[in-house]
Ligand binder design. Sequence first.
Ligand code: SF4
Length: 247
Amino acid sequence: MDPVIFDIARGSLSDGPGIRTVVFFQGCPLRCLWCHNPESQSMEKEVSGRLRVYSEDELMEILMRDTAFYAASGGGVTFSGGEPLMHMEYLRDICRHLKKNNVSVAFDTSGYFDFEQFERTLADHTDLMLFDLKIIDDQGSVSSIGSSSSLILENLRRLVLNTIIHVMIRIPAVPGFVLTDENIRDIGLVLRQLRIRSFDLVPYNPSFFDKLKKLGLSPDHRLSLSPLCRDEERSYENRIKAFLETP
Ligand code: SF4
């Protein structure tokens, strides 16, 4: 069955380089306490009125509408979610078609996916992975994103070492969870080990509290109610960078 899509955003400037069309898939295997799209986690179609299913041809037609903008800006298509790599078979021909037409393909992923299947279906048609790195400690990962970190870290290692796909690391700046002394050190060590020299700290936005409440869910009481100021973010960035620069 074709997957459920909860939004298609054309003209995005924040989901990879250039002007992009972003496809948001419904469904995620993880349960991050700070999920910015909690309504996208469930695979159920009934959660929101905006959801719909597109055939491969329908989606392809929409994605090809903005090829002139992609070409002029160095942009392309980003598949996001939820977790887009839950839908590899559906995306295989779409991505092949995009690449054949010189459209750049990116995935915004949690890192929680089947690497062998990715290699078989999508790796040859993928230019960029926007890869979320959250909690490194295994137990901490289970309790705050609902899964062990081992598959995510192994997939990152395989992407960096075994493919030519460009990997951009995104670290959600969640106070008290991602931004702890121990986790910052662990992230720094992982990046250093893989010789990854850059990353983006994604600002924490507590607006998901309202979304959770609308869904009848209670936010974890340890989550911060306010975003970090720019100086605080910069100081965390610098602490991670310090690890990358240490020989
Ligand atoms: S990986 Fe992303 S979509 Fe999935 S639960 Fe975490 S924040 Fe939400």
